[in-house]
Write a protein that binds this ligand. Structure first.
Ligand code: ADP
Length: 394
């Protein structure tokens, strides 16, 4: 009989999960990963085992699986059937916002839940779903310890000067500051480098997390010193459906001159901008790469341009860089985007090895490159599982 850790990542219409085996030396390996997508429209469960084989593919009506609680029950049913010899000893959650103070994972208590609920206004599209999943587990298995792992925590090492916006100072004190996100991904990369690339692990490293959400982080000796995402996950790079960095005057213009409501603007910023908005085709980089539409080309060029600008800015924050790391869906899989980014970063001393880049790394720069470039697959779920074990003393 083994012990298992369930990792949950709850979105507005999805519940992603992984189950990890807690080994003798707390070495963890995922036994299954999956997700229920389409909550509220067409709920569908898909899951794979450790070897990549499909272990579940089921569809329901919205009355059969209506919410996160029922999605959790469906996942529990699957896990009981597949892993009957496994005892669940803890649940780790990805929680998007830990507010200004939480810089480490947190064992969840009723008091902690009250505190996390006060951060809902800071992340209204994500935090309520994260908390809903925690409540659903607490109702179904009240005895099971739960741990919250925050996407903002890794960035709490940043100095005040890096977290400020140039608004009246009282707004900083009221929580309007640069929080940074994708922290679990950056923390995983920082934790992986000492083994993968010890020569850069204690140096100045910029990591580009390029997925459907995209951001970059400046890491100095394993600690975050700057990030492209700010008060919300809208800031910084161009993303799948989000515009990234915008002149705030545009928002005022849309509200005042175009007569858009705050809700309309919110929907445009989160769902209709970015690669999708620019290309008019879609938000999937694979589709854009294969398209011969000029606007797909423009969207890709702007995506790369924004990465280059951010790279220059973060390199200045670090006072120079030793290494550049690509991660997440696009960063790990698109040799084409990596090539375009590295070509623009020649001035920094990055010299791409085209063959190594095509093969996916891990090192994709030439031996003579002054600054090395890498591809490092991220694993936020494993980071959450590790934290959960640590907090629970497993
Ligand atoms: P998230 O976890 O934020 O949903 P991922 O990190 O899984 O996102 O990245 C998803 C994106 O990665 C997809 O939208 C797709 O554009 C991109 N992607 C995945 N594989 C490739 C590939 N081979 N080439 C280019 N882009 C890819």
């Amino acid at each position: 009989m083994g012990n298992g850790i369930l990792v949950l990542n709850a979105g507005s219409s999805s519940l992603k999960f992984s189950i990890f085996n807690v080994g003798a030396a707390s070495l963890l390996s995922a036994m299954a990963v999956g997700q229920i997508e389409g909550l509220g429209t067409a709920p569908r469960l898909k899951a794979k085992g450790a070897d990549g084989s499909v272990i579940a593919d089921e569809q329901w009506t919205t009355s059969e699986v209506a919410n996160h609680g029922q999605a959790l029950q469906a996942i529990a049913t699957l896990l009981r059937a597949r892993f009957s010899g496994q005892e669940l000893v803890g649940v780790g959650h990805r929680v998007v916002h830990g507010g200004p103070d939480y810089s480490a994972p947190l064992l969840l208590t009723p008091q902690a839940m009250e505190m996390l609920a006060t951060f809902v206004p800071l992340a209204p599209l994500h935090q309520p779903h994260n908390l809903a999943a925690i409540r659903a587990v607490a109702e179904a298995r009240p005895e099971l310890p739960q741990v919250a792992c925050f996407d903002t925590a890794f960035h709490r090492t940043q100095e005040t000067v890096a977290q400020l916006y140039g608004l009246p100072y009282e707004y900083y004190e009221r929580g309007i500051r640069r929080y940074g996100f994708h922290g679990l991904s950056y923390e995983y990369i920082a934790a992986t480098l000492p083994e993968l690339a010890p020569e850069i692990a204690s140096g100045r490293v910029i990591v580009a997390h390029l997925g459907s959400g995209a951001s970059m982080c400046a890491i100095d000796n394993g600690r975050s010193v700057g990030s492209s995402m700010g008060f919300t996950a809208l800031d910084g790079l161009l993303m799948g459906t989000r515009p990234g960095n915008l002149d705030p005057g545009i928002i005022l213009y849309l509200l005042q001159q175009e007569g858009m409501s705050a809700r309309d603007v919110e929907s445009m910023l989160y769902k209709r901008s970015g690669l999708l908005g620019l290309s008019g085709i879609g938000n999937d980089m694979r589709v854009l790469q294969e398209s011969d539409s000029p606007r797909a080309r423009l969207a890709i060029d702007h995506f790369v341009y924004r990465i280059s600008r951010e790279l220059g800015g973060l390199a200045a924050v670090l006072g120079g860089i030793d290494a550049f790391v690509f991660t997440a869906g696009i960063g790990e899989n698109s040799a084409y985007i990596r090539r375009l980014v590295c070509e623009k970063a020649k001035w920094l001393g990055i010299d791409l090895d085209p063959a190594a880049n095509e093969q996916g790394g891990p090192r994709i720069s030439s031996v003579d490159s002054k600054v090395s470039a890498w591809v490092v697959p991220t694993n936020e779920e494993l980071m959450i599982a590790r934290h959960t074990c640590q907090v629970l003393g497993l």
